[in-house]
Design a protein around this ligand. Structure first.
Ligand code: AMP
Length: 459
């Protein structure tokens, strides 16, 4: 635990930190601030709550010269909500530096007032990539004096399809600047962005405290073959069933199980190796954007799946061998939360359970499951619904355009809009289930980017 006073921060910033009541630095701040204050690029693995905003906020304010009226710091965020939050936090940190001008520029907001407030360059802009790119292109914002570029929640920005916009922005701002990249996860795409936009970055990863290491709870349930589906439906009915992966040993069972769960009111989809790439992509988009809550898959289809750790993994059939079993259960359990892996096993499958027990070197945790007779539909629909727009990157459609159309003319709130995925010729947007029909009608009646595209709902 180190005090902020040990850092070579401007007195005005130390005063703000004191006003905010931050006694010592958080681990992320402790590790990232010293190299950031030296002007180095940094790639920082940090979650919400880690104190990341204050880390880059102090970093960029330290580099700022308030007497020069020029845009000097640009913070890119995935959503308007985050941009608002970040703006507020930076304003508080800048409270003791006179005349700092900060502007928040996000998509989904009318352009006119933004243009009006850009008659003089602000010192700091916090915004979403699409809209910031648009201002830089129009010349309403000048990037030539930028000293610090921050990519906040970079993994989410990539998820939302902002990769090209970010590259374009980097090409439009001062060549020599410091780039601070913050991301909760480090998939290869993030490393690729870092390689493209950073120079010799300091890498900061803060280990989750020991009790936050992923933990997996296993349960084994013996069921008769005829009761497998009832057991599955029952186990999926809880909170964890809102995002679960179900494994089947055979392809034909994947389709049957997904259909049966769907019939029982779950938003379930099947994934197997024989599917066309386009259908596969679509299923994964729907699972990731929470419009499908149960993904039923074979081991082959699930291999290499780039999906975040899930709260629940179920084996409809016990795996043929212990290695496969280990791979399956490894799909659950994330930092700070215990994952649950439940394996159904018929009496005839007991020898496979014995193999797993031997490999595990410990008795298997069997539990009894009293199967209640299914009464009508156990509605367990996913919270979101997916709309497909028959247009994509080839039509120069960007996530910001879709967000803009929905929050603008269609009158939806940004909080009801989920993940947006733009492919070459199609785009998917997740909408809160209750508002999906309204959103579909509005999108059909209105225009996106001034054009009429075909829009339909999935599932
Ligand atoms: P963030 O991870 O940026 O979303 O910040 C999480 C919360 O931690 C915010 O409410 C900050 O005000 C607070 N915070 C940031 N740095 C510190 C610190 N050094 N000590 C105590 N609280 C902090």
């Amino acid at each position: 635990m180190t005090a902020f006073a040990t850092l070579p921060l401007k007195p005005a910033l130390l005063a703000s930190v004191e006003t905010l009541g931050y006694a010592t630095m958080t681990p992320v701040q402790e590790q990232s601030l010293p190299p950031m204050l030296e002007g180095r690029d940094a790639i920082v693995q940090a979650q919400t709550g880690s104190g990341k905003t204050a880390a880059f906020g102090l970093g960029l304010l330290q580099a700022l010269d308030a007497e020069t009226i020029r845009l000097q710091a640009l913070v890119l965020c995935p959503t308007r909500e985050l941009a608002d939050q970040v703006s507020k936090a930076i304003r508080k940190l800048a409270a003791n530096i006179p005349n700092v001008k900060l502007l928040t520029l996000c998509g989904g907001m009318p352009l006119g007032p933004q243009l009006a407030s850009l008659t003089h360059d602000p010192h700091i802009v916090v915004g979403t990539p699409g809209r910031v790119q648009e201002h830089l292109k129009r010349g309403s914002l000048h990037g030539g004096g930028i000293k610090v570029l921050v990519l906040d929640e970079a993994d989410r920005m990539l998820d939302m399809g902002f990769s090209e916009a970010i590259d374009d922005i980097v090409g439009r701002i001062a060549k020599h600047h410091q780039t601070l990249l913050f991301s909760a996860t480090y998939p290869e795409e993030i490393r690729a962005v870092s390689r493209r936009v950073q120079q010799d970055p300091v890498e900061v990863t803060v280990d989750a405290p020991a009790e936050e290491k992923p933990a997996i709870e296993q349960q084994f349930v013996e069921v008769e073959p005829a009761h497998k589906l009832d057991a599955l439906a029952q186990l999926l009915a809880g909170e964890r069933g809102q995002h679960a992966l179900v494994f089947c040993n055979m392809r034909k069972d994947v389709d049957a199980v997904a259909q049966e769960l769907d019939r029982r009111g779950y938003s379930a989809l099947a994934l197997h190796g024989d599917m066309e790439q386009r259908d596969r992509d679509e299923v994964l988009v729907r699972f990731a954007n929470r419009s499908c809550n149960v993904l039923v898959a074979t081991d082959v289809a699930a291999r290499g799946l780039d999906i975040a750790a899930l709260p629940l993994v179920l084996s409809h059939d016990i795996a043929h061998d212990p290695d496969t079993h280990t791979h399956r259960i490894g799909r659950t359990g994330r930092a700070g939360e215990t994952g649950l892996a439940i394996t159904l096993c018929t009496p005839r499958e007991r020898p496979k359970a014995a193999n797993i027990e031997q490999a595990l070197g410990a008795p298997l945790p069997w539990r009894a499951l009293k199967i209640a007779s299914p009464r009508g539909k156990t509605l367990n629909l996913a919270p979101m619904k997916t709309l497909v727009i028959d247009a994509g990157r080839q039509d120069k459609l960007r996530p910001g355009d879709i967000l803009g159309a929905l929050t603008g003319d269609a009158g939806l709130d940004a909080k009801d809009i989920g993940k947006i995925d733009v492919f070459a010729t199609r785009a998917y947007v997740a909408i809160s289930r209750a508002l999906a029909t309204k959103a579909l009608e509005r999108l059909r009646a209105g225009r996106i980017k001034g054009r009429n595209f075909r829009v339909r709902a999935l599932g």
